[in-house]
Write a protein of this length. Sequence first.
Length: 154
Amino acid sequence: MIRHESADPLLMPEETVQFQGTMHWVAYAGTFLWLIFGTAIARRGETYFTVGGMFLLIGITMGILTFLKVRKALYLITDKRVLIRTGVIYQFSFALTFDEISDVQVEQGSLGMWFDYGSLVITGTKGTRDVFHRVASPETVRREIKKRLSSGGK
């Protein structure tokens, strides 16, 4: 059984976590770009120091928010349902039992295939379509959900 400190309040009684996914490190890409550009601009001299400092400040702020977003993201598959929670300031929680899921797909671009990240698309039996971006090892997550779908959630 896998334990996650912030998963316990979301779990139903007698429910155990079978698989836990994470958000991929590529979520930090924007932060790195702001920091690189900020450093490059600031190093051009005194004239550009303020502009470079603003870029660096934006990069640091984005880095802190991204760190919190990655840390708070939950991708759990339990013996009864799929639980996903994302967001820091605005949180989105998603829970579907295996009876309510009709299909699970993965969307990946070239970079996603190389670095093993992508979007997880979960389609509900009522036609709902929920997309979760920057999921690490999305094919593994999809296989875990499909495995439980085919075995009736067990």
